[in-house]
Design a protein around this ligand. Sequence first.
Ligand code: Z5A
Length: 217
Amino acid sequence: MFITFEGIEGAGKSTAQRLLADHLQNKGYTVCTTREPGGCSLGRRLRAVLLDARTTGLRSKAELFLFLADRAQHVGEVIRPALDEGQIVLCDRYVDSTVAYQGYGRGMDTDQLVAVNNLAIGGLWPHLTLLLDLPPEMGLIRAGQRNKEEGTVISEGRFESESLTFHTRVREGYLERAAGEPDRFAIIDASCPPEDVLLQCVSAVEAKLREFGRVVE
Ligand code: Z5A
């Protein structure tokens, strides 16, 4: 089963992914955790270019194709093989990030974005997308706190420096997508403490596993 985590900066995706992976492993599932950009060796090189605040003047289309190159390689090298082995794949960001950031954030045509993404992923859409939703002001505060704790990293700050209006458009884009595909998306209230976020994720995942006849009690 293929599960993706989506949401704005600082929503708590990486935290929820880690907690959910532990929970599922404790239940006996084999889990593959990965992320975009940077879930494979080519992707790690592309991530360095894409997220570095010193990458200036990158055209929106060039940015798009770098994310798609990362995704196409990642699907072929990591995601599909793990799914073929029967693993549960938990991926931090995927196609919906492109539609939200390059579409709603940068203003590119969302139908075209879905079409080029479909080419990159060879039709491999997630079975479930956990949308961690919270106000952008809150996400940016969390991301700022994390940067303070871990030391601000200029090499990962290109999107963080976008305006609050940009992040607000991205959030609205996500919510619009979720409303359009209610069977795939579960909207998670990410403003609560991590353990409550986990409970909401577990409930959505168990419902999907039940649908697929894969529940381990
Ligand atoms: N991007 C794109 O434009 N197009 C694409 O196709 C793709 C990506 C795939 C990748 O950034 C950037 O690329 C992203 C979109 C763009 N940029 N933005 N914005 P990334 O992968 O480096 O970073 P991120 O995905 O935005 O994640 P993040 O900033 O690392 O945040 P997070 O994973 O959602 O949150 P976290 O690291 O789990 O938590 C952040 C802090 O909050 C940390 O201190 C936690 O301890 C704390 N936290 C977490 N959960 C909670 C709760 N529930 N309560 C309180 N505090 C919490």
